[in-house]
Design a protein around this ligand. Structure first.
Ligand SMILES: [Zn+2]
Length: 287
């Protein structure tokens, strides 16, 4: 097994502080998912294999981390996405343990900031039919709520995601705050539009001097998609929109130094995008 894969598989239940000015932010690891390559149908073997190997990975045996983030903001404890939970076996569902590593119980979580409602982000809201974060208020984007609230328009690829999205919206219907890109939902926490992966996907941007954008699933595999953003993901609802979002984000990150935190980058999941003579690359950028 490759070194990066070993590291990803050992990260479940871990928490790590991230350096962002003015806020207290942690990356949390829910566990890992084995990635079937067929979910990235445009990857060119050969070129793709070389990029994976350069990052200590193996295209024949890909594993992705499932990350979430915790923001401590005054007396608020805001969880940004909730991981997968145990829907897909015991490689996942370790987010409560990651919170425990910080001395925090799920009952203390005051707010849930959802980037989108796919099951690897919202599945962890539930455990055996009960709410894991029963005291929290949920924040979800208007376009995301609208998408999952019109099941007749949802195609076969996305249909598998529908039960969790519906359950999340139903469970939190009386404690749901509808958010929009451009809003500052807490002092220093900006909502940004990242449409494509889902129509209402949003990111949360924090920090001023060295800003960091929790960029959800705009980009899944830094080792491959930074050089080849056109290698899209099968579960992106709108492939063309997703590609446009990904390219704009990579351009911005390369030019401005904006760091990106991803739900599926190797834990702790924070990168800076570099631009050199040999083109785009990335570096780990936890602080
Ligand atoms: Zn995801």
């Amino acid at each position: 097994m490759s070194e990066t894969t070993k590291r990803i598989r050992a990260s479940g239940g871990k928490a790590e502080r991230l350096g962002v000015d003015g806020v207290e932010l942690y990356a949390l690891c829910d566990g890992y998912l084995d990635m079937e390559l067929s979910r990235f149908p445009d990857i060119k073997r050969g070129i793709g294999d070389d990029l994976a190997i350069a990052d200590g990975q193996d295209l024949n045996d890909m594993t992705v981390s499932v990350n979430a983030f915790l923001l401590r903001h005054g007396d608020r404890l805001c969880l940004i996405d909730a991981g997968d939970g145990i829907w897909r076996g015991d490689t996942l569902g370790q987010l409560p343990r990651a919170l425990g590593a910080l001395g925090i119980t799920p009952y203390q979580i005051t707010d849930l900031f959802m980037t989108h409602l796919h099951r690897d982000h919202a599945g962890g809201l539930f455990h055996e039919g009960r709410l894991v974060y029963p005291n929290a208020t949920m924040y979800a984007a208007a376009d995301e709520i609208a998408f999952w609230s019109a099941p007749e328009k949802i195609d076969g690829v996305q249909r598998v995601q529908l039960p969790i999205a519906e359950a999340a919206l139903q469970a939190y219907r009386e404690r749901l705050v509808v958010i929009h890109p451009g809003e500052e939902i807490l002092p220093g926490v900006m909502v940004r539009a990242l449409p494509g992966h889902t129509p209402g996907q949003v990111g949360f941007q924090l920090g001023k001097e060295k800003p960091l954008l929790i960029a959800a699933d705009a980009l899944h595999l830094p080792a491959l998609q930074i050089k080849h953003p056109e290698w899209g993901f099968l579960f992106d609802v709108d492939q063309a929109q997703s590609l446009a979002t990904r390219i704009a984000l990579l351009n911005e990150a390369a030019q401005s130094g904006l760091r990106l935190a991803g739900a599926h980058y190797p834990f702790p999941g924070v990168i800076g995008v570099t631009q050199g003579e040999e083109g785009r690359g990335f570096r780990n950028a936890v602080d």
